[in-house]
Each structure stands twice: as C-alpha cells, then as structure tokens.
Design a protein around this ligand. Structure first.
Ligand code: MLT
Ligand code: ZN
Length: 341
C-alpha cells in the first residue's frame, strides 16, 4: 500500500554475486553477513508497512574500520547501500527501494543516539489528541477526566532544583488558568505520573496505526497558522477521513495525520498537492523532523529553491561520486541523474 510511486531502478548499480558475499564473509565473519529471508523481510519493510524493498543481503559491521571496508568495496563494485538503524522511519528513508545492500547501523549508532537524547530536552512543548490514544491503546488513563478538551499541551521542564521547577510550573498553570489561556491542568507528582503523560503523547502514532490507514505529514509552520491548515483539511475531506493534529509546539512542528479506513487515491488527491502548496505559501517546510526519505524526494522544491537543490546534489556528488549511498532518497532522481549521481 505504498503512497509513493516508485522510481526506476538505476541500472548502473551492480547486482550482488557470490564473490561479493565471500568477500563480506571474509571481512565480517559468517555472523556479520545475513542472508536469511525472514530477517531480510523485516529489514526490507518499514514499521508502517508502506514501503518495501527487496534486498538480498544485510551486513552487520562492528567497527568503523569494517564500515569503511564495506563502503570501499561497495563503491568500487557499484553496489548501492542503505544504512538502517531502528527502522522506525516514517518516510521510507531507511528501507531499500530495490536490491540495495542493507547495512545495520544500530550497533554503531549509540554515540549519535546519545546526542538525540540531549537535543530532545529543547523540544518539550507538545500538543496532542488525548482521546484518540485512550480509545486505541490499553492501560492509559485520562489525566483530566472531568471534561473532553480540544487541545492538550504537555510541557516538560528540566532544572537543577526540583522544588523550584515545581513552583514555577504551578504558578504558570494558575496564571494561565486565571487569564483564560488554559481551562484545566494537572502537574505530574512523580516520575511515574510524568511517564504516564508521556505514554499518551508517544502513543499517538501507534494509535493512528491501529485506527486504519494513515497519511502522515510532518510540517513546519508558524504556530499561529497551524490550526488553519487542520481546519481547511477537515473541510476538504468531510467525513471521508479523520484529520488528527499533534506535534512539537516549541519548534513549530505540526504532524498532520489523516486517518482513513484504507488507502484510497481519491482521498490522496484531495490531500496532495494541496498540503504541500499550502505549506509552501506560508513559507513553511514540508519536512520538519522526519526527513524527506523516499516519500518526499520529489517534493523538495516546495521548500527549497532550485539553486539550493542543485547545491545539495553537488555536495552529495562530492561525497558519494557514484551515488551508491541510500539512492532514490531525499533529492529528486531527475536532479541526481543530471548531475551524474
Ligand atoms: C512524533 O512526534 O510522535 C513522531 O515524530 C512520530 C510521528 O510523527 O508520528
Ligand atoms: Zn515528532
């Protein structure tokens, strides 16, 4: 049920042969070379089951030296490579499109995950749809059960003195309720309560998957404009779909998710290109945090000028002259073939 029309396989890439496999076994040992269909199946499919490749080989390097040996070899042989971490991507960026070699990056990625953890501190004002999550996931409790509200905001602060943080949040809550900004609010009393609030926010993508098919957009917009798009989309789609909005208020990141029973071209044609055009008119970005991946490789012009895209292609060509690294993603295939990548 892919939402993206597939590009054509680039025939300048070689196909894997027995000599390649022997070489990889020599440098990685038997256990670093995965050929089992079942394991490959998992890695060939993204977790939302929207994108599917047909890689025949996954490599599991354990050191940067092994990584560079693999890449050297793949480059000289013109074997395309897709690095994969947790395979939790949302735009088809981490699964092969055709028969690219998979390279498991999870065991090497610990350092850079660390960095993601630290960045997440800055991104702590979230807004969400509580009702949807409570309906589709078990074991969760509405922290504000007395009434159903349209908008929920989750705020987390990190400070060196817990009592001081609490005091500040309490007075913020009181003030905001007094001046009519908030109707209701609750403060987590301990780590367990805090994590149960987070479970609701983090459960949204999962709840949406359970609800049926979902068209996902990851947009960056001026916060005061975000809800206009949600309303316009609701008007366009009527009862055909449920338009759900959540995201990261702190960085103007709207996750516009359109939930339907099943994927359907007539609904898709009401969403796209409208959603991209609207975002472009507001000078927003069509990719806030999920990346362009395969899904939006041909949509980059809604957010970036032709010159910028050319420059990106030129940098890519400099670092990856044969274009073997994660092909068909991020940049339009037309630009890549023009610049000979
Ligand atoms: C999130 O903020 O929950 C993630 O980006 C996943 C998603 O957008 O569904
Ligand atoms: Zn997000």
């Amino acid at each position: 049920a892919s939402m993206t029309s597939k590009p054509v396989r680039n025939q300048s890439f070689a196909m894997i042969n027995c000599d390649d496999i022997s070489y990889f076994k020599k440098i990685l040992g038997e256990r670093g070379v995965v050929l089992e269909e079942e394991k490959l199946d998992d890695a060939n499919t993204d977790w939302m089951r929207k994108f599917k490749g047909s890689s025949k080989l996954m490599l599991q390097p354990r050191s940067t030296q092994e990584v560079s040996q693999i890449l050297d070899y793949c480059n000289s042989r013109r074997l395309a490579v897709v690095p994969q971490g947790g395979n939790t991507g949302l735009v088809g960026g981490s699964v092969p499109v055709f028969d690219e070699v998979l390279k498991e990056a999870a065991k090497l990625g610990e350092m850079s995950q660390l960095m993601l953890g630290a960045c997440a501190l800055f991104d702590t004002v979230h807004f969400m749809e509580v009702f949807l999550v409570l309906k589709h996931l078990d074991g969760l409790r509405d922290p504000l059960p007395s009434a159903k509200h349209n908008f929920y905001i989750l705020i987390e602060t990190t400070g060196s003195m817990e009592s001081h943080d609490k005091e500040k949040l309490e007075s913020f809550l009181l003030q905001s309720m007094e001046n009519g900004l908030l109707n209701d609010g609750v403060l987590a009393q301990d780590v367990n309560q805090a994590s149960s609030f987070w479970r609701i926010r983090e459960g949204i993508p999962e709840a949406l998957m359970k609800a049926g098919a979902v068209y996902k957009y990851d947009l960056s917009l001026p916060p005061e404009k975000m809800y206009n798009l949600v309303e316009e989309m609701r008007e366009r789609l009527g009862t055909a779909a449920n338009v759900v909005a959540y995201g990261h208020l702190g960085d103007g990141n709207l996750h516009l998710n359109i939930s339907t029973r099943q994927y359907n071209d007539s609904i898709l044609s009401k969403i796209e290109p409208f959603v991209y055009e609207w975002t472009s008119e507001q000078r927003g970005s069509i990719s806030a945090e999920h990346g362009l991946g395969l899904m939006k490789a041909n949509k980059i012009h809604y957010s970036k000028s032709a010159e910028t895209v050319q420059l990106m292609a030129a940098i890519k060509k400099l670092l990856d002259p044969n274009g073997i690294l994660n092909p068909y993603k991020v940049l339009p295939t037309s630009i890549l073939s023009q610049s000979g990548v």
